[in-house]
Write a protein that binds this ligand. Structure first.
Ligand SMILES: Nc1ncnc2c1ncn2[C@@H]1O[C@H](COP(=O)(O)OP(=O)(O)OP(=O)(O)O)[C@@H](O)[C@H]1O
Length: 764
C-alpha cells in the first residue's frame, strides 16, 4: 500500500510513518528537553573524544619525541585574503616553520594532528614554495644512454577517496587564489581521480586518489614529476595505500639514480594512525635516527572547535528508528544557525540501501512538518553515486529556512568537510569487505566500526564551529571497539594488488615491503588465480594479457572478460560492457519489492526483461531496453522498480569503458543511443556467457546428484540467492559473479552454463 505522504505533526504528540508511531513529546517546542530518548546531552563524553579546543600556540604541546623551537614567525600567508583568518586559526598554522625545517633536513615526516587541524589543506601550501620543491634538470641513464630529464616541481597529496580528493582540490585552489573551474587553464592546484582529471598548467599541488598515483607509477616508476608525496589518512590502510607505502619505501631507500639523485620527500599524515608501526616501516634498516633517511615524527595538539559526544544510554534495537528520532530531536530542538554559521546534519549509515530507505522515511516525515519549523532537504552520499551527484551534498544551501541532512557511508568519514555540518549522527556500522581465502570468496557485509572510525566521524561535526556527535550506541560499546580496522590487505582478495605489483616490476611478491604482509597462502592463491586468468605465465612472469588487464579500472576477472569479448571468437564487447556496467554500478539495480502490490505491478513489467539464461543476460536486456527508451527513462525505471540512480551510474561506467576500449583499439566507435531494441539471440547469449567464463571459470558450481550445487573450485555447497531470476531452478551447471555468506552460502548474479564450457574456459 502506498504510504500517506502528508501527515501533520500537529495531530498530537505522536506521528505515524507507515505503521511506525514516533513520540514527539516535547519536540515541537523550542524548549530543550532535559531527558532525551537517545541519551542525555550532558552525559558521557568519551575519554579523549575531541573535547580539547584549540590551545594558543604558546601553550601547545610539542612533539613528545622531539621538541622543536620556532625560531622565526610564520611567513605571511600567500593566497586569497578572504581565507586568511580561517587558515590562521588552524592549529597547524603556528607549526608551519617546524614542518618546513624538518623537511629541509629529512626525507620522511610522520605528521599526526587531530581531525580538522589543517593537515590536508595546509601542509602542501606550506611546502610548495620550498627550495627543494623546484623542478630540476638532471641526467639519468635511459635505455643505455644518458639523457636530461626534469625532476620534481609538484607535490602529490593522496586521498583514499575520489570525493575527498576533488573537494580538497577545490577548497585549496580557492585558498591559494587560483580557483578551479571548467575553464581554468592555469592554476596552482589540480586533481586526478578515476574518470576525472583537472590539472591546470602550472599545477604545484595535485590531489589524487591512491589508486591514481599507482596508475601513474606504471608509467613513471620513479615519480619524476613530484618533489614530495603526501600520503593523507594512512590509517584507512586500503590495499592501494599499503602498496604505495611499499613503493615509496623502495624509492626512499633506493639509490635514486632514476631521479638523477634528487630525493623524494614523503609526508605521512593522519589523526588516528598507529605511529610506531609506520615509523618502523619507513625507518632505515640500520636503525639510524639522524641523516636524511631517518624518520621524523611531529604531533600537533589542539583542534579548532570542540565536539560534544553523546552516546545512547542503552543499545538501540532499530538503527533507522533511532536515526529518525535523533534527526527529529535535533531539528525540533536546535537552532538552524548560530554565530559560526549553519547547523546542518551529517549521518553515517552502512550502505546505499540503508541510505535510500532512511531518505524516504525522513522525507515522508518532513512532508508533514509544522510550518514554523525549518524545511528539510536530504542528500545521499555514497561511493557509487556519480561524482557530480556526490558534490551536491557539499553545496551550501542557499540561505533560507531549510536544514540540510546528508546521509553518507564512510566515504564522508575522513578528510572531507561538508559545509554547514555541525551535527553528526553515527550509527556505528559500515559495510566491510571480507575475504575467505579457503573459499576463495569475498563478501561485503555491515559490521561494527573501529574507535578510529568513530573519532573520524565525530570530527566532521567540529570543522566550522562547535559541534555535537550523537552515537547510536552506548559508551560501553564504544569502549569495546577495536582501536583500528584490520588493514584491507589482510581481509580482501589481493588479486588486484598482486597484479599491480607484477606490472610495476615487482617479481618477488613475498619480498615486497608491506606494513602488514598477507599470508603466503593468500599470495599463492592470487598467483594461481592470475595464472588461470592468463595474466601471468607458469614462471610467474606477467604476460601481455596481464599488462593489458591492469589498464582497466575494473578487477582482473572483469578485465579478462573484456579482453575475451573483443576476440573474434566471442565478438560481444558491447554486450559485455553493458553487463559489467550494470553489475559494477553499486548495489543491485533491481530494487527489492517490498509489498505484494508493488510485486505484482513491477513483476509484470520486469518479466519482459527476465531471460532464462540467467541474471547476466537479464542485465543486458535491461540495459538495452533502458537505452532504447527515448521517452521518460526515469518513469521507465520507477515502473519496474529499478534504481534510477544506479542505472545512470551504469550508463556512466558504460561510457567510460566504451571510450577505453575504443582507445585501446578493441572496437570502433559504437552507435549512439537510442538504438532500437533487439533481443539477444540464444547463440549470442552463449558467446557472452563463454566470454564471462574466461574471467569467472573458478566461480562455477555443478549440480550434484542430491540436487545441491557444489562449487567446481573448493567443493562447497552453494544455493542460488533469492534475488536471482534462476532462484529455485536446477541446471546442469551455473556461473556466478558474487557470493554472500549469511546463514547460508549464496551465489548471486547467476547464469546457466554447461560443464563442457567450464572445462573449455579452463583449457582442460
Ligand atoms: N571544503 C571546505 N569548505 C569549508 N571549510 C573547509 C573545507 N575544507 C576545509 N575546510 C576548513 O579547513 C579546516 C581544516 O581542514 P583540513 O581538511 O585541512 O583538516 P585535517 O586536519 O586534514 O582534517 P582530517 O584529519 O579530518 O582530514 C576544516 O576544519 C574547515 O574549517
Amino acid at each position: 500500500m502506498a504510504r500517506s505522504k502528508k501527515r501533520k505533526a500537529e495531530e498530537g504528540d505522536v506521528i505515524r510513518i507507515g505503521d511506525k508511531v514516533i513520540s514527539l513529546e516535547g519536540y515541537l517546542t523550542k524548549k530543550p528537553k532535559t531527558q532525551s530518548t537517545i541519551g542525555s546531552p550532558t552525559a558521557n563524553s568519551a575519554k579523549g573524544d575531541l573535547r580539547k579546543p584549540h590551545q594558543s600556540s604558546t601553550s601547545q604541546h610539542l612533539s613528545p619525541e622531539r621538541v622543536l623551537t620556532t625560531f622565526k614567525p610564520c611567513l605571511p600567508p600567500s593566497g586569497d585574503p578572504q581565507y586568511f583568518a580561517v587558515r590562521q586559526a588552524l592549529p597547524l598554522w603556528t607549526r608551519q616553520d617546524d614542518i618546513r625545517r624538518i623537511l629541509r633536513r629529512k626525507d620522511v615526516l610522520i605528521l599526526v594532528g587531530e581531525t580538522g587541524s589543517g593537515k590536508s589543506t595546509q601542509v602542501p601550501q606550506f611546502l610548495y614554495q620550498e627550495q627543494w620543491c623546484r623542478k630540476k634538470k638532471v641526467k639519468v641513464e635511459l635505455d643505455g644512454t644518458t639523457q636530461e630529464v626534469s625532476v620534481g616541481g609538484v607535490i602529490a597529496v593522496t586521498q583514499p577517496r575520489r570525493v575527498a580528493a576533488t573537494t580538497l582540490a577545490h577548497r585549496v585552489s580557492r585558498e591559494v587564489g587560483t580557483p578551479l573551474s571548467s575553464h581554468s587553464f592555469n592554476g596552482l592546484v589540480g586533481y586526478s581521480v578515476r574518470f576525472d582529471h583537472r590539472v591546470p598548467r602550472g599545477t604545484k599541488i595535485k590531489y589524487l586518489t591512491e589508486g591514481m598515483l599507482l596508475q601513474e607509477m606504471l608509467r613513471d616508476p620513479h615519480l619524476r614529476q613530484y618533489s614530495a608525496i603526501i600520503v593523507d589518512e594512512i590509517h584507512e590502510r586500503s590495499v592501494d595505500v599499503d602498496l604505495l607505502a611499499g613503493f615509496l619505501k623502495q624509492i626512499i631507500c633506493g639509490d635514486k639514480a632514476g631521479r638523477g639523485g634528487v630525493p623524494l620527500k614523503v609526508v605521512i599524515m593522519s589523526a588516528t594512525a598507529n605511529v610506531e608501526s609506520i615509523k618502523r616501516f619507513f625507518s632505515p634498516e640500520d636503525g639510524a635516527t639522524e641523516g636524511n633517511g631517518s624518520v621524523e615524527y611531529l604531533r600537533i595538539e589542539g583542534r579548532q572547535f570542540p565536539v560534544e559526544i553523546i552516546h545512547t544510554p542503552k543499545p538501540v534495537p532499530d538503527i533507522e528508528e533511532a536515526l529518525l528520532e535523533t534527526i527529529i530531536k535535533i531539528h525540533t530542538e536546535e537552532a538552524l544557525s548560530d554565530k559560526y554559521g549553519r547547523k546542518d546534519i551529517l549521518a553515517f549509515l552502512p550502505g546505499q540501501e540503508q541510505i535510500e530507505s532512511a531518505k524516504d522515511r525522513i522525507e515522508e516525515w518532513a512532508s508533514g512538518l509544522d510550518p514554523n519549523l525549518p524545511k528539510i532537504k536530504v542528500f545521499p552520499l555514497f561511493g557509487q553515486l556519480p561524482i557530480e551527484a556526490q558534490h551536491q551534498a557539499f553545496q551550501p544551501l542557499p540561505s533560507g529556512f531549510t536544514r540540510k541532512i546528508v546521509l553518507a557511508t564512510n566515504i564522508a568519514e575522513t578528510s572531507v568537510t561538508v559545509p554547514g555540518v555541525r551535527y553528526v549522527i553515527d550509527c556505528g556500522k559500515a559495510k566491510i569487505k571480507e575475504y575467505r581465502p579457503r573459499l576463495g570468496m569475498e563478501s561485503l557485509l555491515p559490521k561494527g566500526i573501529s574507535k578510529s572510525s568513530a573519532i573520524q566521524r565525530a570530527g566532521r561535526a567540529g570543522r566550522e564551529g562547535p559541534g555535537k556527535c550523537f552515537r547510536l550506541y552506548t559508551k560501553e560499546t564504544y569502549e569495546s571497539l577495536p582501536e583500528s580496522d584490520l588493514p584491507e590487505i589482510l581481509r580482501t582478495d589481493i588479486l588486484n594488488a598482486v597484479l599491480t605489483m607484477l606490472a610495476r616490476g615487482v617479481n618477488d611478491i613475498l619480498a615486497f615491503p608491506l606494513m602488514d604482509p598477507p599470508e603466503a597462502e593468500s599470495v599463492e592463491k592470487a598467483l594461481l588465480h592470475l595464472n588461470v586468468l592468463g595474466a601471468i605465465d607458469d614462471n610467474g612472469i606477467i604476460t601481455q594479457m596481464g599488462r593489458k588487464m591492469v589498464m582497466f579500472p575494473v578487477t582482473p576477472p572483469y578485465a579478462r572478460v573484456l579482453l575475451a569479448a573483443a576476440e573474434p571468437e566471442y565478438d560481444c564487447l558491447l554486450e559485455v560492457i553493458d553487463i559489467i556496467a550494470c553489475v559494477t554500478a553499486g548495489e543491485d539495480i533491481y530494487l527489492q519489492l517490498r509489498s505484494e502490490d508493488e510485486e505484482s505491478e513491477a513483476m509484470q513489467l520486469r518479466k519482459e526483461l527476465y531471460r532464462r539464461e540467467g541474471d547476466l543476460i537479464t542485465y543486458l536486456t535491461t540495459m538495452q531496453r533502458y537505452t532504447s527508451e527515448n521517452a521518460d527513462r526515469t518513469k521507465w525505471c520507477k515502473d519496474r522498480k529499478i534504481n534510477v540512480r544506479n542505472m545512470k551510474q551504469a550508463l556512466n561506467i558504460r561510457k567510460q569503458l566504451r571510450g577505453l576500449c575504443v582507445k585501446e583499439g578493441m572496437m570502433e566507435d559504437p552507435p549512439k543511443d537510442p538504438q532500437p531494441f533487439t533481443p539477444v539471440s540464444p547463440e549470442q547469449a552463449e558467446k557472452i556467457l563463454k566470454a564471462f567464463l574466461k574471467g569467472f571459470a573458478l566461480k562455477t558450481a555443478i549440480l550434484a546428484p542430491d540436487y545441491s550445487y557444489v562449487t567446481s573450485h573448493g567443493k562447497h555447497v552453494v544455493a542460488i540467492h533469492p534475488s536471482s531470476v534462476l532462484h529455485g531452478q536446477k541446471k546442469e551447471a551455473i556461473m556466478y559473479l558474487d557470493y554472500v555468506y549469511t546463514q547460508k552460502n549464496y551465489a548471486k548474479k547467476v547464469s546457466v552454463v554447461q560443464s563442457s564450457w567450464i572445462a573449455e574456459a579452463l583449457g582442460a
